[in-house]
Design a protein around this ligand. Sequence first.
Ligand SMILES: Cc1cc2nc3c(=O)[nH]c(=O)nc-3n(C[C@H](O)[C@H](O)[C@H](O)COP(=O)(O)OP(=O)(O)OC[C@H]3O[C@@H](n4cnc5c(N)ncnc54)[C@H](O)[C@@H]3O)c2cc1C
Length: 425
Amino acid sequence: MTDLTRRKLLASSASVVAGAALASSSTANAQEATSKTGSGTQPSPAIIQGWPDVLVIGGGAFGAWSALSLLEKGAKVKLIDAYGVGNARQTSGDETRQIRTAYGEDEIYSRWAIKSFQMWHERQEEFGRGMIYPNGVLSANEPEDKLKVELDIFNRLNVPHEVLSHDELVKRWPQGRWDDVEYALYEPEAGTVKARESLIAVSEVFKSKGGDIAIASARPGASSGGQLSSVALTEGDDISAGSYLFACGPWLGDVFPELLGGYIRLRRSEVYYVGSPPGDASYSYREFPNMWEPHAGAYAMSDIDYGFKVVPRYSIGIDPSEDDRVPSSFLMLKVYDYLRLRVPGLVNQPIVASRVCALESSNNHHYIIDRHPGFENVYVAGAGSGHAFKMGPMLGEYISDRMLGLGDDPYLADLFAISTHAPHA
Ligand SMILES: Cc1cc2nc3c(=O)[nH]c(=O)nc-3n(C[C@H](O)[C@H](O)[C@H](O)COP(=O)(O)OP(=O)(O)OC[C@H]3O[C@@H](n4cnc5c(N)ncnc54)[C@H](O)[C@@H]3O)c2cc1C
């Protein structure tokens, strides 16, 4: 898109006027200079200088979806990632992630999950490629008070669900072992999203719609008058933009140590894919549900095309840049403990793939999405706390609206504010 076309777009679209305002806020002096000319509709300084309106740093679930949404709302966007979208170090870079609606008493996330799920369906249609799989999700033996709250929310939000007895579980999924399960909440329309592949699809669509993508590692650079003027790349260059979104996942605290040091706890999380017996579809997404049961020492997701996924509970730190991503032998034993408990038909099958992920969490499991208190033109977004991937389309929508000045729900702004979080004890 030429600058001329963009200027026309900026002049004609209310949403993008907000984008231009955001872009121009990045250089207060320049803005003052342009407005002093008194010449009606002024292009933003970012346009004058050929900069992107928004530079997104980090191409995970937060950054890639935000970049696409910002672009679709008319901003000129550049997305950079230190290792590339879908890389093996990013938290979003695993094969799959789960979409479920049950969130205990956090109704806001149930609402977001419902909207996001709808958006995943629409995007899947638009992108012309399979991204979501409706395996259904079973939450086994949840405490009764938590279950009651979730059922109330499900009824209020019309989420399809059933509470299944032990006998019903045995009848529906005889390939599972249910000895220890008294009851389970079943969400038949919940399921799995292809993680890495869908992010690559997002980045491809972003590029095809005019977005610019590069591999580069950035830190906040020069600033003046409460505005960030540029980011400094590890390779030595600078990039300037109207505004900046830092969506750096596990690295976010490190990029802003004074602001977020201690706010994002990193834990190593190992994910294993167990092969099905040849020709046996009993554990595929068509035949077996995902299992959400952290109290059982692990949770599991049925086989889409990569293996039956088992994630043992485990807690140890990780350096997201430097550590090898090689699975631990003692956790492999835990995988087989879980298989013996829930799907004995897989006990003699090999682990066919694995991933080691960095799990980044806030102190209160709420995301951090906020304007940097020191820079008017900088937003930070992250602390997915183990539940942000499914929300990708909603995160993009929400963050782009906030950055473009198109909307800002006070409840959400408060929930995601840095000030309502604290460093981990
Ligand atoms: C094992 C596991 C299971 C999970 N299961 C689920 C689930 O079932 N459902 C769900 O919804 N969520 C789940 N999550 C959470 C979800 O995966 C994360 O919340 C989400 O992927 C985080 O996305 P992100 O964009 O914040 O970070 P990332 O995906 O890590 O992306 C950040 C990107 O920023 C880049 N970057 C960092 N620093 C810089 C820099 N200085 N310059 C340039 N680039 C930089 C990195 O290279 C990286 O690509 C799970 C997480 C884990 C670990």
